[in-house]
Ligand binder design. Structure first.
Ligand code: ARG
Length: 466
């Protein structure tokens, strides 16, 4: 039983309640790959440094491979009484290879071991999420390329504001996810340092070489100060923050997809694959997937707040509170990966209703600002005066039940004689969209530029990753 490879000092069997509270195996078994990887590197280093014999090293190495296989095949099910994944692997190893197994923990503590395992896990998932982000950005760019000429009412306060195009809207999301990508890769760089060899808190008297294990495990280098390292969970907080921010972006988009797929908007039709029916109303097609993505954002915020709170009052160095770091990260990582995959599929497969978007542009007097700008440019009016004239035009149109783009020349002039015949032209929505050709603006030509710039960035990042 678990009595007690980790304790020389404690002689009585632990209470069942203590085990329930204390044992992390039920969740940290998720780290078995990283734990075995870390142990193999550690054993190799011990052998290289003459701390254990070559013979013991070989036994440990082969034994760890066997433990790995037993876990993968379910022969060693990781559901026992062991305190955590580290104790479970060491126990099984020692059962298989005997005394040599007991030498593995030389010059190591579970404190640097868990920091190493968890960092390896976070770094791997960081990579996985980053690459999913790149393929999501690719999907946005594809939709943007198809729709850089598709008129869409641009909104502020969720009210019709100015005409833009749907491609431009897609590039806005691509930009958000690009910043997310950059946050993940930046965190990866900052945290790619090996904790292994820090031992309990202060290093070890054994003649270890931390660079050996660091290299074997794919870290860039080793951490500077052991006291900090064994209790530092910034890397976990960073991935939680990065995921929370990314989910916030996913949630904003989900909100739009939900609105856009209502019969009021009708801008997009989600594939039947991504919608569900109602158990009672036969006509319904519900956007459950974007709703779930929006809903799942909540738990990723919770996971971030939870670990920030766990960490806030911890004295140096390791404290058991830190064991609470894992479940939230596992949960956020799973949520992020699944959400990214589903979202990509949804964006690729949604039908865009070009006519509905265009029709919606004829409501809400979208080109009102253009008329004001025209009056400024044409008649030298102060913008504020022009603004008031156009306000009168809008009121007039509302009384007639028309959009200002539908007013005739005579009607326009009846509001204010300073409006001349050129005005009719600027009230055209497509012209209005294309007139916003300042840098970063929505004109089709500018949108295409943005797509191209983003595509160049994407290609260069991918080339580097390959
Ligand atoms: N299961 C522990 C954790 O996840 C491992 C480290 C335990 N260290 C200790 N000194 N009790 O944090």
């Amino acid at each position: 039983m678990s009595k007690k490879i980790a304790s020389a000092r404690i002689t009585t069997e632990s209470s069942e309640l203590l085990k329930e509270l204390n044992n992390s195996l039920p969740f940290d078994k998720e780290l078995y790959k990283e734990d075995i990887e870390g142990s193999k590197a550690h054993a190799y280093m011990l052998m290289k440094q003459g701390i254990i014999s070559k013979e013991d090293y070989e036994k440990i190495h082969d034994g760890l491979n066997r433990v790995f296989e037993e876990i993968e095949t379910g022969k060693f099910p990781l559901d026992g009484d062991d305190e955590d994944i580290h104790m479970a692997v060491e126990r099984r190893l020692t059962e298989i290879i005997g005394d040599a197994g007991k030498r593995l923990h030389t010059a190591r503590s579970r404190n640097d071991q868990v920091a190493t395992d968890f960092r390896l896990y976070v770094q791997k998932r960081n990579r996985e999420i980053s690459s999913l982000l790149l393929s999501l950005i690719d999907s946005f760019l594809n939709r943007a390329k198809e729709h850089s000429g598709t008129l869409l009412p641009g909104m502020t306060h969720l009210q019709h504001a100015q005409p833009i195009n749907f491609g431009y809207h897609m590039v806005a999301y691509a930009s958000m996810f690009r910043r997310d990508y950059e946050r993940f890769t930046d965190s990866h760089k900052r945290n790619n340092l090996s904790p292994l060899g820090c031992a309990a808190l202060a290093g070890t008297p054994h003649p270890i070489d931390r660079e050996i294990t660091s290299k074997m495990l794919g870290f860039d280098s080793v951490t500077l100060n052991c006291l900090d390292t064994v209790s530092d969970r910034d890397f976990a907080l960073e991935i939680l923050f990065n995921i929370a921010t990314m989910m916030m972006h996913i949630s904003r988009l989900s909100e739009e997809l939900i609105l856009w797929s209502t019969s009021e908007f009708g801008f997009v039709r989600l594939s039947d694959k991504h919608a569900t029916g109602s158990s009672i109303m036969p006509q319904k097609k519900n956007p459950d997937i974007p709703e779930l993505l929006r809903g799942k954002t909540g738990r990723t915020y919770g996971n971030l707040m939870s670990l920030l709170t766990v960490m806030k009052a911890l004295p140096l160095a390791y404290n058991k509170d830190t064991q609470e770091d894992k479940e939230g990260v596992f949960d956020s990582v799973k949520t992020a990966i699944l959400s990214l995959k589903v979202l990509k599929e949804m964006i690729d497969e949604m039908e865009v209703n070009v006519e509905a978007m265009q029709r919606a542009c004829n409501k809400g007097h979208l080109s009102a600002t253009d008329l004001a700008d025209y009056l400024v440019q044409k008649s030298g009016l102060a913008f504020r005066d022009a603004y008031h004239i156009v306000g009168n035009v809008v009121n007039f149109a509302e009384k007639l039940g028309k959009d200002i783009s539908e007013l005739t020349d005579d009607e326009l002039r009846s509001v204010d004689e300073r409006i001349d015949e050129g005005a009719l032209e600027v009230l055209n929505n497509r012209r209005s969209m294309n007139a916003r050709s300042s840098e970063g603006g929505c004109a089709t030509e500018r949108t295409l530029e943005q797509i191209e710039s983003m595509q160049r960035w994407l290609d260069s990042v991918r080339a580097k990753e390959a």
